[in-house]
Write a protein that binds this ligand. Sequence first.
Ligand code: PGA
Length: 232
Amino acid sequence: MKKLFIIANWKSNKTIIEAEKWLHDFHDKFVSENIDLSNKEIIICPSFTLFERAHYYSKNLNLPIKFGAQNISPYDVGAYTGEVNGKQIKEVADYVIIGHSERRDNFLENDEMITKKLDMTNRYNLCPILCISEPAQISKIRSQSQNLKLQNLIIAYEPLFAIGSGTPDTPENAEKIMQNIKKELRDVPVLYGGSVTSENIKGFTKMSNIDGTLVGGASLDPQEFLKIIKNA
Ligand code: PGA
């Protein structure tokens, strides 16, 4: 059975109290439904302000989840006001989302910036979840980043029209794109992202080249996120 990655991207949502409630509700439902996670890796990506409490609760509640950051500084430790660097992230997370289209659009991140961030994940042994909206972006980034290690990389294909729109890509179309990506990247896990819900998840995860999903809006509700995990 293939391993599935189910990743929650909370984006810029939730206060500490709201995150605590999410974790408690997730735990209660998880325990009562006895969900089988033997082939599933669950990764939660909260805002930086939430990590400390999220760790505390996930440890106390013994939750089978890992953590990812939503961003990483392109620079190392030092005088870079406002940035959170790879060394700091390594203390709280194993994964980092990089190249999300919301960062390209709202914060003008380009391939050069994304390459620098990938290099930082490599330096601190973090696994990048590299988001792309076009497969061609991969070759471009690969040609710029000498440090991209295929054995420590997850790709998330997220077509722009599908993000937050309620209109996902079709599983058949996503599968075709994943197939092409895998011709280049072989064993790298490739995820689908964009308007995933508990209703449509199975259509994607049953495809042989789709190794999981990056979930935005639907991950904010713990009941719905658990349904996604269950139905995947
Ligand atoms: P969405 O977001 O599930 O709300 O469409 C996905 C993403 O942006 O990663």
